[in-house]
Design a protein around this ligand. Sequence first.
Ligand SMILES: NC(=O)C1=CN([C@@H]2O[C@H](COP(=O)(O)OP(=O)(O)OC[C@H]3O[C@@H](n4cnc5c(N)ncnc54)[C@H](OP(=O)(O)O)[C@@H]3O)[C@@H](O)[C@H]2O)C=CC1
Ligand SMILES: CC1=C(/C=C/C(C)=C/C=C/C(C)=C/C=O)C(C)(C)CCC1
Length: 316
Amino acid sequence: MANNSKKTVLITGCSSGIGLKIAVQLAKDPQQRYHVFATMRDLRKSGKLEEEAGERLNKTLEIRQLDVTKEDSVKACLAALPGQTVDILVNNAGVGHIGPLESQSMDDMRKIFETNFFGVVHLVREVLPSMKKRGSGHIVVISSVMGLQGIVFNDVYAASKFAIEGFCESLAVQLLKFNIFISLIEPGPVNTEFEMKLMEEVSRSEFPGADPETIRYFKEIYLPAAQEIFATMGQTPDAVAKATVKVIGMTQPVFRHQTNALYTPLTAMKYADNTGNLSVRTYYNLLFNYGSLFHFSLNFLKCITCNCFRRRVMPV
Ligand SMILES: NC(=O)C1=CN([C@@H]2O[C@H](COP(=O)(O)OP(=O)(O)OC[C@H]3O[C@@H](n4cnc5c(N)ncnc54)[C@H](OP(=O)(O)O)[C@@H]3O)[C@@H](O)[C@H]2O)C=CC1
Ligand SMILES: CC1=C(/C=C/C(C)=C/C=C/C(C)=C/C=O)C(C)(C)CCC1
């Protein structure tokens, strides 16, 4: 049972990756400020979390079942919490989706939104009344740099993260009146099972409905470049969890936090040029024209922030 002096934290998607690490770091907080309910949709996957929680298991960390796309599961999980209250809600559960748009079914796309958008909306809607009544609360969302800047062949995934950013940006203003904070954590690439799941899906698909030229761009240009980006600038889930735990510990939590400083020049481009052409054309050039020149090494990040590159991308 949660100790009254501790804050109750509910985290979604704790079977692996970022969610698992946030749960463990909060449960091991040196000041013992948190009682963590680490949830997952399939309890058969609890082994890794149990192992990492160690002696904190069933003390400051309890594991519960929760599928964010299932109404009954959400209701049952919240009803079983001590006092049916959540002080800090961490919406981490999410699924990726890549590939040519023409080969994706509408059903596949809806499933991405069911988890990444409606899954969050549903939980927020459920916890809000009691947070408002108590005049306190913190809602954390693991969004993405793709909630700020789209990436080629990630069209629907990026759209789901843009959607949640718009939702939070709108809601945050009203909630401040109730002393409830929202924080969007925006990681760049993170080396978790997320990417492995995508690669596995891609290896099984023959991309029905997509033309050979698009399939070639996806497989021969995008995929190797993306893999190199993960290898060169990918963060560990521990690093993203550490940044999230820091935001959770703030007395006045920030609304946005990008976890990867190497990636910020890429998200900043759209604010540097209102027409949007700078970012669209820079991504185009990085992918199709300068790939071999830059080898997608970290140096390109320095390069795209310099004026000579800007003049080449946008000649007057
Ligand atoms: N990895 C990356 O490069 C980045 C990831 N993110 C975001 O971080 C979050 C965590 O991803 P990450 O740790 O990398 O990936 P993982 O695949 O390791 O973790 C995703 C977690 O979400 C769970 N999940 C998926 N669908 C549901 C559902 N319907 N209900 C409950 N849980 C569900 C998974 O459970 P199960 O094991 O059952 O599938 C898993 O526990 C996601 O929101 C993702 O969009 C943001 C930026 C970059
Ligand atoms: C930066 C960059 C690329 C890839 C970026 C990737 C792959 C980002 C992944 C982010 C993730 C996985 C976020 C999850 O939410 C390209 C298009 C290869 C080329 C141009 C520069």
